[in-house]
Every structure is written in structure tokens, then in C-alpha cells.
Design a protein around this ligand. Structure first.
Ligand code: GDG
Length: 472
């Protein structure tokens, strides 16, 4: 296999076990090919420290057979590229939240500047037959910038978040430039068939793309292949984590503490796409409609801090705190607190134990590329006495997990009654549903995802040279 070069906004040291499933899976492939991982270092240089827009300080580390190359960004670049365009425009719009987008004209220039900087620093490190795999919305224009520098390698792109329908995508000023950037890759992977269909519809309508069969399109005078490659977890790794000391201890502690109650669990970054206030309202509705659940059901909601420097995130924190407070105030008493809300990051080693001790998981995003928590919950269950997954139909995972209890998170009553059903579900039905979900988790795990995407990229045609690239 040719050498793999992974490019993502953040780079993880593949030898550190705290890194999640994705880092572990990528590390495995990188270890096999002796690859390179390139991205932002996470460090921002103030002007006084020499941080100049369009320039970056490069760091090189050797992590076993994997070379890590990271770049410090100047404050102005970071704020426009990361806070401004990636998280202030692309994240909300791609999650169908035009109302939260901040289309400040300066952001796109900064986004482009950082992608150009990355291309300029990465190009000299590439070998002619490298496979380059670029990840996520921060780096959509990277291939076109690399092509502009003469790079002919096969370059693939995977979008971890949803792609909205053409009419929503088209609301972004410069959407045509973004999609043209996507079409500079040899292969573009999406999480779900729905996202893939949105891409196909967009390029057909807006760019008169011609379908050339087997997932390939002739568009902007070149050929691009696109498809759905749903991401999975490393089921073996997650199961082993659950059997390790911390995982077992957490499980036993939770089981002891909640021996007379059913535990419901939610684990999310505190992000408006995850539907946390809607979930709390559904839980409140459950308590209102079913008094028999009082004292018998407790929801543990972990909402790990995320992007607190992006303004759209401050409102959600206050809304959630106020909802949790009012539910506990109105329904709780000295013996029972209905909601345990934890605004902290919990150690990864504890998650499998927490999932396994829970009778129900609430995974109810308003929109989600995939949602790995749904898969982790399934993998962590005791197959003899499994918990029930309540899953939003708007998570990418819903396309695969048709045996979960699928809900519309905007429908408070409907979600409450699904939670009630989950709490009541007989053992046999829980086992049947869990068996089907686990089989899907195992079949489409993270190794399947990596292998399938990379095999398709390896086969992709080396792109034709000499195509004129549209500039901003
Ligand atoms: C993006 C897409 C797509 C959460 N809280 C804690 C914690 N987590 C871990 C979970 C899980 C991961 O973070 C979250 O993954 P998700 O898939 O749910 O969501 P995003 O972060 O939004 O990821 C998403 C994903 O990319 C992969 O392609 O599925 O749709 O939005 O692994 O366990 N981990 C620890 N403590 C926490 O408090 N240790």
C-alpha cells in the first residue's frame, strides 16, 4: 500500500490511549504505511509573539513510525479560519442552522489563507504516489490549493458532519467555490446516503454535472467520485476498555448507586446540534405524563465543554442549566434528583461502564453527521440484559440503526413516549434489537470505514492535469 498522509484540523499522538477510536484507527493504518499526519498544533501565536497572518511555525515529531507535522497559527488566521468560517459559518449551515451563521466577509479570506498555508507547507512533504486523506469542513479547499501548486497525488476528503440540501448550502456566499473545492478531490466521502444525495443534487443542479456511473461525476471539467462511507467505532477496543479496571469499577459503582432506579444516559459535547434542551423538555414531559417514573428514573447528562469561544454556544449553556434546574426543582425531593447534569469532560475509560449501567441512552441530536455515542452505547451493553437506544432520526446513525427507537427530537411528546417505551421494554425485545444493532456496529466498524474509503481512493483515477482552478 502507498504511504498514507492524513490531514485534519487537529492531530492526535497515535500512541496515546486517551485518543478516541478515530485517532486509534487512523494510527493503525498510519503505523502500517509509516505515514504522515499533518494539521494545526492547537497553538495560537499572538502578534507580539511573531504570529503573522498567512504564516505558521512548523513542528515535527516522530511518533513511532508516524511523522506528525503541526503548524502554529497566527491569532488573526485562527480567529477567521477556525472560529469565524469553520465554526461560525460551515458548522451551523451544514447542520441546517442558517439562523446561527455569521457571514462576516473577512472569515472566508482567513479560511482560504490557512488552507493555502497548509497546502504550501504540506506540498514539499508529499511523495508522488502518496495517498492523501483530508478530513472535515475546516479543510474543504485544501485539494484545490494543493492542485494549484502542481500536486497530482490521489487526494480524498471525508466530511464528518452532514451536508445540507442544495437550497441551504446555496445560502452560503461563495458556496460554488466551496463545492468546486470539493470536486478537486478524487474521492469525496459522506456519512450517510442522505448527505451523498444532497451533494449529487447540488452538482447536478448548480454545476450541470454528468453522471458517469459507479459514483463518478464529470463536473468542472474533471472527474470526481463520491459516496457514503458511514464511520464506525473500534468495537473491540471499546469492549476492552469496558473490561479494564476503570470501566468495571464505574459500572459497579453505578449499578450499586442506582440499584432501585433505572438510569438514562446522555453523553454529548455541549453543542446546539445535539438537541440537549429538546431532550430535557422530552424528559420533563415524561415526568409530567408518567408520575410512576418519579423516584424510578434518573437521567445523567454529560455535556462536555466545547467551543466556548464561539458566541452561538453561550446561549445553549444557560438554557440547559435553567432547564435542568427547573426539572430538579419541580420534580426532585430529598430522596431523588431526576437529572444529574455534568458540564465536564468525563475520562474516556469511564464511559463504557456508564453506558453499560444505563437502561436507556438518549441520543437525540437535531442533526448529526453520524453520532458515535450511539455506537459506543451499543458496543458497551451486556448482550444478556442490554439497554435501549433512543435515537434521533436526524443522526446519520439512524440510516444503519433502524432497530433503535427512532424519534423526532422536535416532537416533545413523541420523544417522551419513546423514552417511556424504552423504560418498559421487555427483555426479549431489548435483546433482539440489541443483537441487530451490535451486528451493524461490528460489520461497519472503524476498520471497515478506513479500509473501504482508502481502497476506493487507491483505485481513483489520478486526476488530469491542466484544469484551470477558479480563484476567489
Ligand atoms: C463529529 C460529528 C461524527 C463526548 N463527551 C465526552 C466524550 N465524548 C466523546 C464520545 C464520542 C465523541 O466524543 C463524540 O462523537 P460524536 O460522533 O457524538 O460527535 P462529534 O464530536 O460532534 O463528532 C459526528 C463524528 O465527528 C465522527 O465522524 O459522528 O456526527 O459531528 O466518542 O464518547 N469523551 C470523553 N469524555 C466526555 O465527556 N472522554
Amino acid at each position: 500500500m502507498p504511504r498514507l498522509v492524513v490531514v485534519s484540523n487537529r492531530v492526535a499522538d497515535p500512541r496515546k490511549t486517551a485518543a478516541g477510536g478515530l485517532a486509534v484507527a487512523l494510527a493503525e493504518v498510519l503505523n502500517n504505511t509509516g505515514g504522515l499526519w499533518f494539521g494545526w498544533s492547537g497553538k495560537v501565536l499572538e502578534t507580539a509573539e511573531g504570529g503573522q497572518p498567512g504564516e505558521g511555525v512548523v513542528h515535527r515529531h516522530q511518533a513511532g513510525p508516524v511523522k506528525l507535522v503541526t503548524v502554529d497559527l497566527a491569532r488573526e488566521d485562527h480567529d477567521a479560519y477556525y472560529l469565524g468560517y469553520a465554526n461560525g459559518v460551515l458548522w451551523p449551515v451544514f447542520h441546517y442552522r442558517l439562523d446561527l451563521a455569521d457571514f462576516d466577509a473577512g472569515y472566508i479570506a482567513g479560511y482560504r489563507r490557512v488552507n493555502q498555508l497548509f497546502a504550501r507547507l504540506l506540498a514539499p512533504l508529499l511523495k508522488p504516489d502518496d495517498l492523501v486523506w483530508v478530513h472535515d469542513y475546516h479543510l474543504i479547499p485544501l485539494a484545490s490549493e494543493l492542485r494549484a501548486l502542481g500536486c497530482q497525488q490521489r487526494i480524498g476528503f471525508f466530511l464528518h458532519i452532514p451536508l445540507p440540501p442544495p437550497m441551504i448550502l446555496a445560502a452560503i456566499p461563495g458556496h460554488d467555490w466551496l463545492v468546486r473545492g470539493l470536486c478537486s478531490y478524487n474521492l469525496v466521502g459522506f456519512q450517510s446516503q442522505t448527505d451523498h444525495e444532497h451533494f449529487c443534487r447540488y452538482i447536478q443542479r448548480e454545476a450541470l454535472a454528468q453522471d458517469t456511473g459507479e459514483g463518478t461525476w464529470r463536473v468542472f471539467n474533471r472527474t470526481v467520485q463520491a459516496g457514503a462511507y458511514p464511520i464506525g467505532i473500534d468495537v473491540e477496543e471499546f469492549t476492552a476498555l469496558g473490561q479494564a479496571h476503570e470501566g468495571r469499577e464505574m459500572y459497579q459503582r453505578m449499578k450499586r448507586e442506582y440499584s432501585r432506579r433505572k438510569l438514562l444516559v446522555g453523553v454529548d459535547r455541549l453543542d446546539y446540534s445535539k438537541g440537549l434542551p429538546q431532550r430535557m423538555r422530552a424528559f420533563r414531559e415524561l415526568l409530567r405524563l408518567h408520575p410512576e417514573t418519579h423516584h424510578h428514573a434518573t437521567l445523567i447528562q454529560i455535556a462536555s465543554p466545547s467551543r466556548e469561544d464561539v458566541s452561538a454556544y453561550t446561549g445553549i449553556l444557560h438554557e440547559l442549566e435553567s432547564l435542568c434546574g427547573s426539572i430538579n426543582g419541580n420534580y426532585g425531593d430529598l430522596e431523588w434528583m431526576p437529572v444529574r447534569y455534568i458540564h465536564r469532560t468525563v475520562a474516556r475509560a469511564r464511559l463504557p461502564g456508564l453506558y453499560r449501567a444505563s437502561r436507556v441512552a438518549l441520543v437525540t441530536p437535531l442533526r448529526d453527521g453520524m453520532n458515535l455515542v450511539a455506537k459506543e452505547f451499543v458496543a458497551a451493553q451486556d448482550a444478556e440484559d442490554p439497554g435501549v437506544l433512543v435515537l434521533s432520526r436526524f443522526a446519520g446513525a439512524a440510516e444503519q440503526f433502524t432497530d433503535a427507537l427512532l424519534v423526532n427530537p422536535y416532537d416533545t411528546e413523541g420523544t417522551a413516549s419513546a423514552i417511556h417505551l424504552a423504560l418498559q421494554m421487555p427483555l426479549e425485545e431489548r435483546r433482539d434489537r440489541h443483537r441487530a444493532l451490535l451486528a451493524s456496529c461490528r460489520q461497519f466498524d472503524v476498520h471497515w470505514w478506513c479500509d473501504t474509503f482508502l481502497a476506493a481512493l487507491e483505485k481513483a483515477q489520478a486526476r488530469e492535469s491542466g484544469t484551470p482552478w477558479l480563484r476567489l
